[in-house]
Design a protein around this ligand. Sequence first.
Ligand code: SAH
Length: 491
Amino acid sequence: MKNATLFKKNDIVTVTIEDIGSDGEGIGKVDGFALFVKDAVVGDVVEARIVKPQKNFAYARLEKVLTPSPFRVEPKCAFHRQCGGCQLQTLSYEKQLEFKQNKIRNNLIRIGGFDAAEVDAKMEPIVGMEEPFCYRNKALYPMGADKEGTPIAGFYAGRTHSIIANTKCHLGVSENETVLVAVLDYMKENRVTSYEEATHQGLVRHVLIRKGFTSGELMVCLVVNGEKLPAEEKLVERLIGIAGMTSISLNVNKEKTNVIMGKKVRTLWGKDTITDSIHVRDMSKEGFPRTGRSLQFHISPLSFYQVNPEQTEKLYSLALEYAGLSGQETVWDLYCGIGTISLFLAGDAKKVCGVEIVPAAIADAKENALRNGIKNAEFFVGKAEEVLPAFYEGKATEKAVEVGRVGDSDMRHPDVIVVDPPRKGCDDACLQTMLQMAPEKIVYVSCDSATLARDLKILCDGGYELQKIRGVDQFGQTVHVETVCLLSNQK
Ligand code: SAH
């Protein structure tokens, strides 16, 4: 192997890309020295420019594709290299799925310490998307201005806050572009300015668009650095003609902050919320057909809601299938958000308790339970790592009082615990209490297979055994993947 001085910044090298890194970059080797080449596709032979030489490897940039990979496809979006949103648009969807399956597998082996043969025996084939574009039900466009000061809508250029004009994102629905053009026309006609971060001047910060895929209902919410917009009726006039338009609102955000939405929403026209349904699917059948059971949700501009409704149905149905409920079980759903998984589970369980840190999400969860006539679900605000131990220990702590019937023995030793934590995974205090509660089954839904693997190791060291694992692709063209695991208690 040659030493680190082999490469200098701006050197051009020829390299064959043999692997895909966790951020989607191509990985190749030159004389045993690894190169991480952004935008290169596995199977390509490329010319790359060294941008950042390190001791044992270097970051490089794609200069020229010499021999294209058989897995290379024409990207749909002209901005795929500049925009931080997609990382895998030039890789065939089939190969994207293989990459995600391997990512989960490798993390379980490397971080989780599982045997490769065990993982291979227990891992089911990843659930891919039928159409890996136009799948997002939510779009959030930052607003800016071009050199002449004319308002533009677009996206932030990778790792910056400068906006590149583009009204068509191929991951979103076609209505997004129609809405953005209408908003921009309204702004130009009425001399409404875009917000400028540097000076904290200007009005429109973001445009949020949401679509209920089952209802066809459309929501538009303008995030504004102020209480109102000039000639609001002109904005409404331009938007109400768009098919499906149901709710037009304004969100007030006058803070100097990176947080996108403010707390206050004022409806300008139509309803405060849109509706969407999530259907249960039969995950054991080809094509995962809907079973006829569904739940209805009302979504406000501030509600958290999964962005890929088609795949969310499959993800939740898989969690439900892994939970294997008969109607008699007691279940905890930790990190429950607006209670979507909890309400799915409640249909097949004796009782479900959801825990979630965001109070507004719990308010939505309670309303969603009422709306769907579900009476056997209860929801608690708090950190899972605080609520669960307080409940288990039955201490008269503030949290335990909040949780109510301290020591409810059914819920102290539930049959099933479902967790769906954010990327950082579960807190250790949460995992330890789960082990003490000793449910027969644990269903772990994860959006980061590295922290999933770390947490599974702890649960398996504590007496659980991995039964099944399955990836679900919720985010085609990106490197992200969801995973569902079933663990069973061996004690
Ligand atoms: N299961 C839900 C939400 C999953 S996202 C759904 O499918 O819609 C993860 C959720 O965990 C978010 O709603 C987030 O607010 C919540 N969360 C983050 N940290 C938490 C903690 N320490 N305790 C409880 N909930 C937490």
